[in-house]
Ligand binder design. Structure first.
Ligand code: ZN
Length: 375
């Protein structure tokens, strides 16, 4: 394993941060897998899972069982890790710009397509190699004049030519669930089964370019761009893995999740099996449209108490929570707008007017516009 340090530009005199990536296996041999943890720096289950993955990858490499290249970034956000305010860690938004660390990844699809076109042909594998090289050149050449932009660029450079990208996040309180783009679903389905995901939320271009979509969208957009002229596969499977809730930082869960990822990579052929190839388990959940994932917002402020637990199946009109005004003693019922799976809810119990307190995954795509909230 090779450790690489990537210096970010200094945000202030005397201060400089670095990103660290761990490189296993052989570049150019077999598939490339990229895994990063805690891009939202206050989402810690990914960092613990990465620690378990690192132990597994160390052993697998020593045993000569890696058939491809694996890049592991065990902590993807040194900026967010350093943001504290009065004993509270703030890792989701950059304090300087207010931007969400997992939004606004630039896209280079048109520029890379223009550069690659003279070298494209009817060989799909060759097209993948040519487009990846063109994309790398564009990402490398992109300006990055702030620390945040340099972080995004560094992460994209490490990930943009991978066959598999796993971005390890978590929700506030949640069951295991995934986000991926619809063209990735057929490749993602076995991963969802290995991880025991309760639901996978599908969208095509949800808006604001989160990291996983920035890595996968090139392929279906290039396919659309070139039409029938050149064969272009969905060459990157990119998935945001929501490792349950922020408090779910336990060795038993993290080692189980790391094992599920290793089993998936073994099933995919990146890791040589020790005996039989692991069979894809029976799925726990299914795939549903991100446009059918319904946030439940509170129309009033007050003390929030939940009546339903994460993981419960609910009906439209079921009361999910009460918001209590301690002055007037009024109780406001917050109801599910759809039949679906209550897969995530907030940790705060003092709710502000308009705040979103839970999400129910329905089966019908009913929302339009930008599908991911700032939170
Ligand atoms: Zn996150």
């Amino acid at each position: 394993m090779q450790v690489k340090q990537h210096l970010l530009p200094s945000p202030a005199p005397g201060t400089r941060r670095e990103l660290v990536s761990l490189h296993y296996g052989q570049a150019g041999q077999g598939e490339k897998v990229y895994i990063q943890a805690s891009l939202h720096a206050d989402e810690l289950p990914g960092m613990l899972t990465a620690w378990h993955l690192r132990r597994q990858f160390d052993a697998l490499e020593a045993a000569g069982r890696l058939r491809g290249e694996i890049v592991l970034v065990p902590m993807a956000n040194p900026i967010g890790l350093s943001q504290w305010w009065l004993q509270s860690h703030l890792g989701r938004f950059e304090g300087l710009s207010g931007e969400n660390f997992n939004r606004h990844y630039p896209e280079y699809i048109e520029a890379a397509a223009r550069a690659a076109e003279p070298r494209l042909g009817q060989d799909e594998r060759q097209n993948v190699a040519v487009l990846r090289a063109a994309l790398r050149t564009e990402v490398q050449a992109a300006p990055a004049d702030t620390e945040l932009k340099a972080l995004r660029k560094t992460l994209m450079l490490l990930a943009c030519d991978a066959d598999v990208v796993l971005d390890l996040h978590c929700d506030a309180q949640a069951m295991m669930h995934l986000y991926t783009e619809t063209p990735c679903w057929s490749q993602c389905e076995p991963l969802a089964a290995f991880l025991g995901a309760g639901v996978t939320l599908l969208a095509t271009d949800s808006g604001d370019n989160p990291f996983d979509e920035a890595c996968s969208q090139s392929w279906w957009k290039w396919k659309r761009h070139f039409g029938d002229r050149f064969p272009i596969p969905q060459a990157t499977l990119s998935v945001t893995v929501e490792l349950r809730g922020q408090q779910d930082v336990h060795h038993d869960l993290a080692s189980q999740d790391a094992q599920a990822i290793v089993d998936f990579l073994t099933w995919r052929g990146v890791i040589a099996p020790d005996g039989a190839v692991p069979a894809v388990p029976a799925p726990v959940g299914d795939a549903r449209p991100l446009a059918g994932s319904m946030p439940i917002a509170s129309p009033v402020a007050g003390v929030l108490t939940f009546l339903r637990e994460v993981g419960e199946t609910v009906k439209a009109g079921d009361v999910i929570a009460h918001v209590i005004d301690p002055i007037t003693a009024s109780v406001t019922e917050l109801k599910s707008p759809v039949d679906g799976l209550l897969f995530a809810r907030d940790t705060l119990r003092l709710v502000t007017t308009g705040a979103r307190i839970a999400k129910v995954a329905g089966r019908e795509a009913t929302r339009t516009g930008k599908l991911l909230g700032a939170r």
